[in-house]
Ligand binder design. Structure first.
Ligand SMILES: [Zn+2]
Length: 202
């Protein structure tokens, strides 16, 4: 019967695909940065997971050559000064007018692409702030030193184009806590779970 022959062909094709996966998986698996799914089997699902993780690691690897000062500021930015980063060192993060230092913007876009595939929405409420914008914010929200919500102008991580304020539901907050580090982002201000900073090696 033609049906039996068809099934035989499908079985042969599956065996062939499994062989290809087995050949590919050992190359993808060692590049994992983190994770626990080491029990790889020759199934497409596991391979897809391995590949996604390898791609996450690859995107994070691109940030490993960034040199930071002892204050955690990329050496490339110190020359400009906080809140005075030129437009050509900043890059859109693909959300409204929001911008970050270019390597941080790239990492953010890679991170949110993965989040989207995981069904997670990451909203953005603030990003790079110029010195003048920080002055304005401090006027409206008060300085930390006075119980407010704003850093002193010239000292905010937003002024280096490294930090984002995010709008995160509980699922997105949990996702960020699990995965943001793979992209160099850290939740680094106590009692500000919305504030995430690009610190690729810190
Ligand atoms: Zn912030």
């Amino acid at each position: 019967m033609a049906g039996v022959e068809g099934l035989g062909n499908i079985a042969a094709r599956i065996a062939q695909i499994n062989q290809q996966i087995t050949a590919l998986s050992p190359k993808a698996a060692p590049t994992r940065a983190t994770g626990t799914a080491t029990g790889a089997t020759a199934s497409g699902q596991t391979f897809a997971t391995e590949l996604a993780t390898a791609m996450r690691s690859a995107s994070a690897t691109g940030t490993s050559s960034i040199t930071l000062t002892k204050d955690g500021v990329p050496a490339d930015l110190v020359q400009y000064g906080n809140g005075r980063i030129p437009a050509n060192a900043l890059e859109s993060i693909g959300r409204g007018g929001h911008r970050l230092w270019s390597p941080a913007a790239d990492a953010f876009q890679a991170m949110t692409a993965t989040a989207r595939r995981d069904g997670v929405t990451i909203g953005v409420t603030d990003s790079y702030r110029s010195y003048d914008q920080q002055v304005d914010l401090a006027r409206r929200k008060g300085l930390y030193s006075q119980g407010g919500l704003a850093a002193k102008p010239g000292t905010s991580e937003h002024g280096w184009g490294l930090s984002l304020d995010l709008d995160l539901g509980s699922k997105a907050q949990a996702w960020m806590r699990k995965h943001a580090g793979e992209y160099g982002f850290k939740e680094n201000v106590p009692r500000e779970p919305w504030h995430w900073t690009f610190k690729p090696s810190g």
